[in-house]
Design a protein around this ligand. Structure first.
Ligand code: ZN
Length: 405
């Protein structure tokens, strides 16, 4: 039998180095003693790894007292952190009308960002624009950029690094985005589905105090998307294609969907349906509600109004969640997942969406749910897929699949 993974001393050293870097980048206030204990290494072995990372200017030591807000007596702890000159990762996010390019460190902290809003696009121009934005940022940055992560709506093929045929995407299809950008920049590229990227961002950089092995990341924007963390790893299907929730059927005899299925969740839970509900209620109760009268409300406006107690918006959100919970319950039941993280843009720190979802899921739970479903807001809100473009590369570095040393 052969193994794809080496087990020689060099391999072990590289894996330990990558793991040490992950702990320094993703944990708060790590000392040499903490690292040695967490990694089950002797002080000498750990010391060699730390010295090498310091020598390469990837990490640095600092006086823990300087960043501490607490007054402590005794010796000041020497802690480890990413060096201010540590390598950067480039992240690219492809949305239907917005391109974003960022440079961020291994912690996912954004150093530079460029956005480009558009109202028409083709495959060639898409790559040209992303490259121009990247070059513009890279030219103003002296730190080394080690790789590029690309987070895109699906369907995509992560093996061939192609955007396939997203719906309503200016007719764009079969874009070899990863290979072309890699060829032009000379950097390794990794393509990831935007909702999977959101899940990975949350796993790697978010909710540190609540470790979990299985998690469903729910992304709500114009549509509903999902990403999964299963057994501690991101799940991408066979080639990174969509893992769907929006196009699972919640009504056998429902209307035909553009995807070919019938009665899809996407047909019932969307911002258009929420708008319809608000306008229909306004017709019945013209003097009620705090929302100003206008023909169309954005998701952010409706969430903001719902969190302020607006009856029309609350009612529309309640309908949205009723349909969403129907599909969500099936998925959570199927995979025995009890942890849901929701990412979306909101005008305020509201938890109205999480509150409604939690209530509906747990008060109408089948007896196959053996523990309450935990619903949390994403650490990154609607930006989780963008941070995920960094996380996909960082995850390769931390797991030893991409060597930057
Ligand atoms: Zn569908």
């Amino acid at each position: 039998m052969s193994s794809q993974h080496g087990t020689g001393l060099t391999d072990i050293k590289e894996k330990n180095r990558a793991l040490a870097l992950q702990l320094i980048a993703t944990e708060q206030s790590v000392s040499r003693v903490d690292l040695a204990r967490k990694m089950h290494l002797t002080k000498t072995t750990l010391g060699n790894i730390v010295s090498e990372l310091i020598e390469k200017n990837i990490i640095c030591e600092y006086n823990g007292q300087e960043k501490s807000t607490e007054l402590t007596l005794g010796r000041r702890p020497i802690l480890l952190d990413l060096s201010p000159a540590s390598p950067l990762i480039a992240g690219m996010l492809v949305k239907r009308n917005l391109l974003t390019v960022i440079l961020a460190d291994l912690r996912g902290t954004i150093a530079m960002q460029a956005d480009y809003e558009y109202h028409t696009m083709d495959g060639e121009l898409l790559i040209t624009k992303l490259l121009a934005m990247y070059e513009q940022l890279a030219a103003r940055q002296s730190r080394q950029i080690v790789a590029i992560g690309i987070s895109s709506m699906g369907p995509i093929d992560t093996v061939r690094k192609m955007i396939l045929s997203p719906s309503d995407f200016w007719g764009i299809h079969d874009v070899p985005i990863g290979s072309v950008i890699s060829e032009k920049t000379g950097l390794p590229t990794f393509l990831i589905h935007d909702c999977t990227a959101g899940a990975l961002a949350e796993k790697l950089y978010g909710s540190k105090t609540k470790p979990y092995n299985n998690m469903l990341y729910l992304h709500i924007m114009n549509g509903i998307g999902v990403g999964y963390i299963l057994h501690g790893s991101v799940y991408e299907g066979d080639s990174g294609q969509n893992v769907e929730l929006a196009h699972t059927s919640i009504q056998l005899n429902g209307p035909k969907c553009t995807c070919g299925n019938t009665g899809c969740l996407a047909l019932y839970a969307n911002t258009e349906k929420m708008n319809e509900k608000i306008h229909s209620l306004r017709g019945i109760y013209p003097l009620s509600g705090g929302l100003p009268a206008k023909p169309h409300y954005s998701w952010e406006e409706m969430i903001g109004a719902a969190s302020s107690g607006d009856f029309f918006a609350l009612s529309a959100l309640d309908d949205f969640c009723t349909y969403l919970v129907c599909a969500l319950r099936n998925t959570l039941n199927l995979l025995a997942i009890h942890h849901v993280v929701v990412g979306y843009n909101a005008p305020c720190a509201t938890t109205i969406l999480e509150d409604v979802l939690r209530s509906k899921l747990n008060t109408q739970a089948p007896n196959t749910f053996t523990q309450p479903i935990v619903i949390e807001k994403s650490t990154f809100g609607g930006d989780a897929p963008l941070i995920g473009s960094i996380a996909v590369v960082a995850n390769k570095i931390f797991s030893g699949q991409l060597n930057i040393f």
